[in-house]
Design a protein around this ligand. Structure first.
Ligand code: FEO
Length: 167
């Protein structure tokens, strides 16, 4: 595939951060002792911050990329349903609810069972989230380059990165 010039790549910088967060949570999961209440609390605090950041990433993309892209495609009479549906099934709400549930596990057995459930859910989430980011980089980025001017994309990228820095 053709390399994307850095200055118009709206996904690369935020996605590096998102991928780093996924790696971090897998590392933390491996070292968490679920029988220890303090360990579990620390993990949950980190995961809450992580998933709120994923949610914000999605909202920034919806507001600053997908909305503009939809408007542009409509103006050019190009029909692309993938743009409308790309964040429809992100499972972020379910994970945030699962993290909330983890706060109420009082016994060691409950926490260990919860740990297994959490691990499966986080693995499932990553199995969807990582390819989703790939799709944005490999499908939406070229589409953006097709319909926006160089200047428009530089501006778009600037705004997207600026919004992420506020997180
Ligand atoms: Fe960049 Fe929609 O995750």
């Amino acid at each position: 595939c053709v390399p994307v010039p850095e200055e118009v790549d709206v996904f690369k910088v935020p996605h590096l951060r998102m991928k780093e967060l996924v790696n971090d949570y897998f590392e933390m999961l491996q070292t968490t002792n679920f029988s220890n209440v303090v360990d579990v609390q620390l993990l949950l605090d980190t995961l809450f911050r992580t998933f709120v950041e994923f949610k914000s990433h999605e909202q920034i993309e919806n507001r600053f990329i997908m909305k503009q892209l939809r408007t542009k495609l409509k103006a050019l009479s190009i029909n692309n349903t993938a743009v409308c549906n790309c964040h429809k099934d992100s499972r972020l709400k379910d994970i945030l609810q699962l993290l909330q549930d983890g706060l109420n596990k009082k016994t060691i057995a409950d926490r260990i069972n919860y740990g297994l459930q959490l691990k499966t859910s986080l693995e499932d989430f990553a199995k969807v989230f990582l390819p989703h980011m790939e799709e944005e980089e490999e499908v939406f980025q070229p589409l953006l380059q097709q319909v926006f001017s160089y200047e428009e994309l530089c501006e778009l990228r600037h705004r997207v990165i600026e919004q992420h820095l506020l997180l």
